[in-house]
Ligand binder design. Structure first.
Ligand SMILES: Nc1ncnc2c1ncn2[C@@H]1O[C@H](COP(=O)(O)OP(=O)(O)OP(=O)(O)O)[C@@H](O)[C@H]1O
Ligand SMILES: [Mg+2]
Length: 417
């Protein structure tokens, strides 16, 4: 029994640690989750649980009625300790606790029933904590609302002293890195569209400000006007993720398939061009291979005029959520054009990262097999690692050797679709 108890304790702690490392690598958690206090708590809890199993069951004959009753009590005590650990450490630990609570077929009932409370009663973060995470991870701020001075018809917000996001001069005057802002804006929207499915659909420059945070001096983006949000259906969001993955990694068969699933019909080449703002030639060659040129820009502009009837036919066919996403894309592209930061290979890789995470999350949600989930997690981590590798290669692409390494790597690891 001692060995069994130790096995259980090690298994749970290993699950917590392994999932912790995995989630950390995917930026799901606050790096503080690896702080000495949290790790210390986990180790102490594991030790207490192991000691409890080893000492409590020693005095009763193995397999007797008394033994079974006592073991059930120890299971329950241990599960409660584990639950307390998850609540105290929060972040990843809650996620893992929730996962353990769902393993009815694997863990004793005392564990699953105790840990299940984490599904509905997980400790909640305060508004202040949420703001801090948004600010730290996305460099994004939302103005405070003066609820006491707001009514159903009047909304009074904090005045944010910043410049419009397309105002290069403002950024230069205030030593704000234009490229960093553009990158953050892209990341923020990828998270909203691919991962959350909850999108601020009115990012015109008057609604997106930039400033240096008065306290920290860090550059941040402030989103104003939260009146036009689109909730994307899961089906739409996943199809859209697949479509972008196919566009980024130039899988034309899938570009056609997912464009059609999103309502483009036979006009899918036009749809792909509108989404990417690239020519059909570039879409076929790979949008992340070469940035847009002035000649291509001119070609797109001319074609837009020639294809107006087809464009309006397409817009009539796609669902409303697609219309709002197209509008949002165009507004963002307008900002990038004004800043001179049209989508680079690196921004496509950031989009691809979000797609990979979103698709893996969905697959994990739809399987109850622990091993399948682990498999999905490994695949996800591998795909993200591939992207990191691509990014690294891009960074050193100036070196001749890197081109050869890139060719070998592309051959070894095909696109993460
Ligand atoms: N909380 C705020 N702090 C600072 N400036 C703001 C704030 N809210 C709005 N503004 C600025 O006030 C101006 C008018 O905003 P308003 O939302 O009324 O119109 P808009 O953004 O130009 O158009 P839309 O109604 O389509 O959003 C904009 O330049 C905007 O950047
Ligand atoms: Mg506005």
């Amino acid at each position: 029994m001692a060995r069994k108890a130790l096995k259980l304790a090690s298994w749970t702690s290993m699950a917590l640690a392994a999932s912790g490392i995995y989630l950390y690598s995917n930026k799901y958690l606050d790096p503080n989750d690896f702080g000495a206090v949290r790790v210390g708590r986990a180790v102490a809890t594991t030790a207490v649980i192991s000691y409890d199993y080893l000492t409590s069951l020693k005095s009763v004959p193995y397999g007797s009625e008394e033994y079974l009753q006592l073991r059930s009590k120890v299971h329950l005590r241990s599960a409660r300790r584990l639950c307390e650990l998850c609540c105290a450490n929060r972040g990843t630990f809650i996620k893992v606790g929730q996962h353990l609570g769902a393993l009815d077929y694997l863990l004793p009932e005392e564990y699953t029933s105790t840990l299940k409370v984490l599904h509905s009663q997980a400790p909640q973060s305060s508004m202040q904590e949420i703001r801090q995470v948004i600010r730290e991870d996305l460099g994004k701020e939302v103005p405070r609302i003066h609820w006491d001075l707001s009514t159903e018809r009047v909304l009074l917000m904090e005045f944010v002293d910043g410049g419009q996001v397309n105002d290069r001069d403002y950024m230069e005057r205030n030593k704000i890195d234009v490229n960093e802002i553009s990158r953050h804006l892209g990341k923020m929207y990828s998270e909203m569209i691919f991962v959350n499915g909850f999108v601020h659909c009115d990012p015109h420059p008057g609604n997106v400000l930039v400033r240096k945070h008065p306290g920290t001096g860090k550059a941040e983006i402030v989103l104003l006007d939260h009146g036009l949000y689109q909730v994307l259906t899961e089906e739409f969001r996943l199809n859209y993720c697949h479509l972008w993955q196919s566009l980024i990694w130039t899988d034309m068969k899938r570009v056609k398939e997912y464009s059609q699933r999103l309502g483009a019909g036979d006009l899918y080449p036009l749809f792909a061009c509108m989404l990417t703002a690239r020519s059909w030639n570039s879409v076929n060659r790979g949008i992340s291979q070469a940035p847009v040129t002035a000649t291509e820009d001119l070609e797109i502009r001319n074609n837009a005029a020639n294809y107006l009837p087809q464009i309006s036919q397409l817009l009539n066919h796609v669902p409303r959520q697609m219309l709002l996403i197209l509008k949002t894309n165009d507004l963002l592209r307008g900002i990038e054009a004004a800043l001179g930061t049209r989508a680079s290979a690196s921004s496509f890789l950031n989009m691809s990262r979000c797609c990979i995470r979103a698709l893996a999350e969905h697959k994990k949600k739809n399987t109850c097999s622990f091993f399948r989930r682990t498999q999905i997690s490994f695949r996800e981590a591998f795909n993200l690692w591939q992207i990191n590798l691509h990014e690294l290669i891009l960074r050193v692409k100036g070196l001749k050797l890197a081109d050869r390494v890139l060719a070998v790597i592309c051959w070894l690891f095909p696109a993460p679709l």
